[in-house]
Write a protein that binds this ligand. Structure first.
Ligand code: NCD
Length: 315
């Protein structure tokens, strides 16, 4: 089993550099945690000698809480860092912050940042292991992994499955990481949204482009709804909420047309815009399952990047 147990990366910065083996290895390890239990009654010690910094330079609920719980349940010491109330407000740079915390004896950084390339830059100035927890509109690898893991739970395999991502694709790091991951897992992808939220045609040549929510529902086995990411939008010429909701919002009437359709959303949801509350809480929605699986996936990633090998040890 040894050739199948090595992970190819020191950091987890994106999905593109992962091999199929890496992905299956993360999924197997996450399965282990999910089956054994991910709540506080299951305390593991794989990270007992690690100090993990949660560097959230952008706001977050799910990703931050999920990473924090994952690290704590693995026995790590965690240190939460956010720019508000720190010396960043006095002009301290990202690299100074990094150097300062490194000097205190840190081992891993989980970073969310609004600027593409910032985490890669950090890796060049530190001995620590880095995990991208959402960077600009580039990648959000653990979100894609938890999405993929949730879909594999549902469908067993993604080979030939049709997955459509609807909404603000252009500004979405989730959409990018999802597309990279699902294509590696053999799925067929489509994106749908107003032209202003569509990436350049050259970015995803193998991804279908659909124009209406009805067409997307008819085509897809699973649909991933996205929020309009206003904080990243520069072009203000965007559709009004009413126009957007009418053309791209997912309602109960849509679910009734296709009871087999699986509904996902990375959160946070803007209810009544891309998705109704009833849709999010319907039996076709796996949104809460995504959140639960997020903890197992993050426990797996942290364990693997700390060079512990659960699948190999057979524990
Ligand atoms: C996403 C993000 O931050 O990229 N949320 C998340 O991590 N669960 C999606 C979003 O903000 O819309």
């Amino acid at each position: 089993m040894d050739s199948t147990t090595n992970f190819s990366q020191k950091h987890l910065l994106g999905i593109r550099s992962l091999t199929s083996h890496d992905i299956q290895y993360i999924f197997r390890t996450a399965r282990y945690f999910s089956d054994q239990g991910i709540n506080a009654t299951h305390q593991y010690s794989f990270l007992k000698d690690k100090t993990v910094v949660l560097g959230f330079f952008e706001s977050s609920t799910r990703t931050r809480c999920s990473f924090e719980l994952a690290a704590k349940r693995l026995g790590a010491q965690t240190l939460f860092f956010q720019p508000q109330g720190s010396s960043v407000e006095k002009g301290e740079t990202l690299l100074d912050t990094l150097e300062t915390l490194d000097a205190m004896g840190t081992d891993m950084w989980i970073v969310r940042h609004s600027i593409n390339g910032s985490i890669d830059l950090m890796t060049q100035y530190s001995h620590c292991t880095f995990i991208n927890a959402g960077e600009g509109n580039s990648e959000h690898p653990t979100q894609a992994l938890l999405d993929g893991f949730t879909l594999v739970e549902k469908f067993t395999s993604l080979e030939g499955k049709k997955i459509c991502i609807v909404g603000d694709i252009l500004h979405s790091r989730v959409a990018r990481s999802d597309i990279y991951l699902f294509q590696k897992l053999g799925a067929e992808l489509a994106i749908c949204g107003p032209d202003i939220f569509m990436p350049d045609l050259r970015e995803f040549p193998d991804v279908h482009r659909l124009t209406t929510i009805d067409e997307s529902i008819e085509w897809a086995d699973a649909i991933i709804m996205l929020r309009i990411q206003k904080e990243r939008i520069v072009d203000k010429n965007i559709p009004t909420t009413e126009e957007y909701t009418l053309s791209y919002g997912l309602r109960m009437k849509h679910l009734r047309i296709k009871p087999s359709l699986v509904v996902m959303h990375p959160g946070p949801v803007n209810y009544g815009i891309e998705l109704d509350h009833e849709v999010a809480h319907s039996p076709q929605s796996v949104i809460q399952r995504q959140v639960r699986n997020g903890v197992a996936i993050r426990m797996a990633v942290l364990t693997i990047l700390s060079n512990h090998n659960i699948a190999y040890a057979g524990v």
